[in-house]
Write a protein that binds this ligand. Sequence first.
Ligand code: HEM
Ligand code: HEM
Length: 174
Amino acid sequence: MTRVKVWDAWVRLTHWTVAGIVLWNLFGPTDSVHRLLGYAAAFLVAARLVWGFIGSQYARFSAWWPTGSHLREYVRSLVDGTPLHHVSHNPLGALMALLLWLLIIALGVSGWIMRLDAFWGEDWPQEIHTWLSIALEVCVCVHIAAAVLMSVWTRENLIKAMVTGYKRIGKMSR
Ligand code: HEM
Ligand code: HEM
C-alpha cells in the first residue's frame, strides 16, 4: 500500500463549500442570502467543471469518466461482493457527481428564471425549482449513504480522503 495525493486543494475546497451551501439552501430560509449562495454554488460547480479539463491528474474527467463498460464492470464487481478499487471516483460515484453538478446548475438557472420580470405571475419556474431541490435532496442522501457504506465495506475512508486529499493505493487499484 502506498499513500497517494488524489484530491487537490481545489477539489476539496469546492466539494466542502458547495456541500455547505447546498445544505444551507435546502433547509434554510429562501431570502437574498439563499439567492446569493445559490449563484455562488453554481459558479463553483462551473469552475470545477473547467478543472475537469485542466486540473490535477485524478480531478480530470479523463481519470474517471463513467463509460458504459466501466459501469458494467463495476456493478458486476459489487454484485460479486468484491468491489473494484478506483484511485479516483468509482464509475457509480462519478455518475452521481455529474448528476449532483447538473442539479446544482439547473437550480441556479431556474432560480434566476424565477425572478425575471418576463415570468412574473407564472408558477412553473417555481415548481421546477422545487422539484429540482427535491431531486437534489434525494441524490445527496444517496451520495452520503454510498460514501459511508463504501468506506466501511472497502475499509478505505473516502470521507477522510476528501478532507486530507490522500488515499491508500494497493496493487489492485485502477
Ligand atoms: C450535501 C451536499 C453534497 C454535495 C452536493 C456533494 C457533491 C459531491 C460531488 C460533486 C463530488 C465529486 C467531487 C469532485 O470530483 O470534485 C463528491 C465527492 C465526494 N463526497 Fe460529496 N457532496 C455533498 C456532501 C457530502 C458529505 C456530507 C460527505 C461526507 C459524509 C461527502 C463525501 C464525499 C466523498 C467521500 C467524495 C469522494 C468520493 C470518492 O472517493 O470517489 N459528500 N461529492
Ligand atoms: C444550490 C442551489 C439552490 C438550492 C439547493 C435551492 C433550494 C431551494 C429550496 C429547497 C427552496 C424551497 C422550495 C419550496 O419550499 O417549495 C427554494 C426556494 C427558492 N429559491 Fe432556491 N435553491 C438554490 C438556488 C437558488 C437561486 C440561485 C435562486 C435565485 C437567484 C433561488 C431562489 C429561490 C426563491 C426566490 C425561492 C422561494 C420560492 C417560493 O417562494 O416559492 N434559489 N430553493
